[in-house]
Design a protein around this ligand. Structure first.
Ligand code: TRP
Length: 471
C-alpha cells in the first residue's frame, strides 16, 4: 500500500457527500527536492542576500543569518512539511484537520498565508517582470553601457512607464499560471527539475568569469571579511527576516508542498539539503556579482539598483558582456519562476480544494485577482508613486506587511502548534516515517528548538517589527 501510495496520487478522505478525489503530488524524491529548492531559491538569493550581506558586515552577517536559519527557519520548514504531509491538504484545511479541538482557530495560520501569498506575489511579480524585461532587452542588446547614468536611465524608463511595467508583470503572471495549470507533477515538478540544474550551471559559469577578472579579490573580501561591529540588534533582526523569506516559510508554501511529499520522503533530511543548496546559491550569487563590480571600479550599491543599474554597466565593461548579461538575466528569471510557482500554488490549491472551481478555473481566478491587485505594486513607481500609506508606496507596504509581519507571526504560531499542541508522539511518528528512519536524535533536537528556542526568537523579531520593543 505505502509503496503504491508514494508513486501514485494520494487519496483524500471523502468529505461528507462528496466522492474521494485523487490529489496530484510529486512523483520522485529528486522531484521533491527540485520543487522545494525551486521555491527557496529566488530573487532573495540573487538580490537580497548579496546586498544585505555586503552592507551589514559581510561574513559576520552570514554567521548571524546561519544561526537564524538553523534555529528558526529550518525548524519551521520541517514543521510545515510535516503538517502538510500529514493532512494532505491545502494550507487552510491542513490546520482545520490537525487542530485537536475544532473550536481552536489554528486555520488562521493558513488564512494569513493565503493573504501573504497575494501580498508577496503582488510585488514579487513586479520585480520578476523587470527581470524578464531585462532578458528581452539584453538579447536586443540595448541596455548595456559602461556608464551607470545610461543604465540608470534604462531602468528608470522601465519602472516609470505604467504600460511597460504592467505588461511585464502580466507576462510573468501568465507564464506562472500556465505551469500551474499543468499540475503539481506535470507542471511544477517537471519544470523545476529542468530549471534547477540549469540555474546551477549558469551560476557557476558567471562565477568563474567574475572571479577570474583582475582585481576580483576586492569583491571577495567585501563579501567575506567579517566585521562584527556592524552587527547591531537591528541587523540581527534583518537577518532573521531574510531567513524566513529565503526558505519560503511562515505562510503555508511549505505546508502546501509538504502535502505533495511522498510518505517515504525524509523530511528533516530534505529540509537540510534544501537549506544547504539554497545557501550555496546565495553565496555563489555573491561571488558572481561583487568581484565583477569591484574589478571594474563600480560601487556595490544595494537594493534594486545593484541588479538593474550597476550590473549592466559591469557586464558592459567585460569582453562578451552581452552574452553574460543575457545569461545572468536568464538565471534570475529561472530563480524567480520556481519561487513564484510555490507562492501561487498556495491560493490555487485552496480554491481548487475548497470551492467548486477546478484547478484551471482556480488558476485563472488567481491570475485575474493578482493582475488587478498586483497592478497597485506595478504602478507604485509611476501613476501611484505619490500614494503612500504609513509613508510607504504600495510596493514597499506589501513587502513590509508580508515579510516583517505575516511571516514571523505565521512562524511563531507554527512553532507553538508543533511544540505545544500537536505533541511529541505525533511529531516523532511523522518525522521518522512511522519508525522507518532512525533519526530520533535529530527529531528530539528539532522538538526542543521548536518548543523553546524558535518561538522566543521569533517573538523578539515580531515585537521589534511592530515597534513594541526597541533594543
Ligand atoms: N524564497 C523565495 C526567494 O528567496 C521567495 C519565496 C517563495 C517566498 N515562496 C515564498 C518568500 C513564501 C516567503 C514565503 O526569493
Amino acid at each position: 500500500m505505502s509503496e503504491i501510495e508514494s508513486s501514485t496520487p494520494h487519496e483524500i478522505p471523502a468529505q461528507a457527500g462528496t466522492p474521494p478525489t485523487k490529489r496530484d503530488s510529486f512523483t520522485s524524491k529528486l522531484g521533491v527536492i527540485a520543487a522545494t529548492l525551486g521555491s527557496a531559491v529566488g530573487l532573495g538569493n540573487i538580490w537580497k542576500f548579496p546586498s544585505m550581506t555586503g552592507t551589514n558586515g559581510g561574513a559576520a552577517f552570514i554567521i548571524i543569518y546561519l544561526i537564524c536559519t538553523l534555529l528558526v527557519s529550518v525548524p519551521v520548514m520541517i514543521t510545515e512539511l510535516m503538517l502538510g504531509r500529514t493532512a494532505r491538504a491545502n494550507a487552510i484545511t491542513t490546520y482545520q484537520r490537525l487542530s485537536p479541538k475544532k473550536s481552536q482557530p489554528w486555520w488562521l495560520i493558513g488564512a494569513s498565508g493565503v493573504l501573504a501569498a497575494f501580498l508577496i506575489l503582488a510585488f514579487y511579480t513586479e520585480v520578476a517582470g523587470w527581470v524578464f524585461a531585462y532578458v528581452a532587452k539584453a538579447i536586443g542588446g540595448n541596455i548595456l553601457s559602461t556608464d551607470p547614468e545610461a543604465t540608470s536611465a534604462v531602468f528608470g524608463k522601465l519602472i516609470t512607464s505604467p504600460g511597460e511595467s504592467l505588461m511585464w508583470q502580466w507576462i510573468v503572471l501568465a507564464w506562472i499560471s500556465l505551469i500551474i495549470i499543468l499540475g503539481v507533477s506535470k507542471g511544477i515538478e517537471r519544470m523545476t527539475k529542468r530549471l534547477m540544474p540549469a540555474l546551477f550551471v549558469i551560476l557557476v559559469i558567471v562565477c568563474v568569469r567574475s572571479l577570474t577578472l583582475p582585481g576580483a579579490i576586492d569583491g571577495v573580501e567585501f563579501l567575506f571579511k567579517p566585521d562584527f561591529s556592524r552587527i547591531t540588534p537591528g541587523v540581527f533582526l534583518a537577518a532573521m527576516g531574510l531567513a524566513f523569506f529565503k526558505l519560503s516559510v511562515g505562510m503555508g508554501t511549505m505546508t502546501t508542498y509538504g502535502s505533495y511529499y511522498g510518505d517515504d520522503q525524509d523530511i528533516p533530511g530534505s529540509a537540510l539539503k534544501v537549506m544547504l543548496s539554497d545557501l550555496s546559491v546565495s553565496i555563489l550569487a555573491g561571488l558572481a556579482i561583487f568581484p565583477a563590480v569591484f574589478a571594474f571600479g563600480f560601487k556595490p550599491d544595494s537594493g534594486p539598483s545593484l541588479l538593474f543599474i550597476t550590473l549592466p554597466a559591469v557586464f558592459a565593461s567585460m569582453p562578451f558582456g552581452q552574452f553574460f548579461m543575457i545569461l545572468f538575466s536568464i538565471l534570475a528569471a529561472i530563480a524567480a519562476t520556481g519561487a513564484m510557482l510555490s507562492l501561487m500554488e498556495v491560493p490555487v490549491s485552496y480554491l481548487a480544494e475548497r470551492t467548486k472551481l477546478n484547478r484551471t478555473q482556480a488558476t485563472i481566478l488567481t491570475f485575474v485577482l493578482l493582475a488587478a491587485f498586483g497592478a497597485t505594486a506595478a504602478l507604485s513607481n509611476s501613476l501611484l508613486a505619490d500614494v503612500k500609506i504609513a509613508g510607504k508606496t504600495f510596493f514597499d507596504l506589501y513587502d513590509f506587511i508580508s515579510s516583517s509581519l505575516l511571516l514571523p507571526i505565521g512562524g511563531f504560531f507554527l512553532a507553538v502548534f508543533a511544540g505545544w499542541v500537536w505533541g511529541y508522539p505525533k511529531v516523532r511518528d511523522s518525522l521518522s516515517n512511522h519508525g522507518v528512519l532512525k533519526n530520533e536524535k535529530a527529531i528530539k533536537a528539532y522538538y526542543q528548538i521548536v518548543r523553546y528556542v524558535a518561538p522566543v526568537l521569533i517573538l523578539l523579531v515580531l515585537l521589534n517589527g511592530l515597534g513594541l520593543i526597541k533594543w
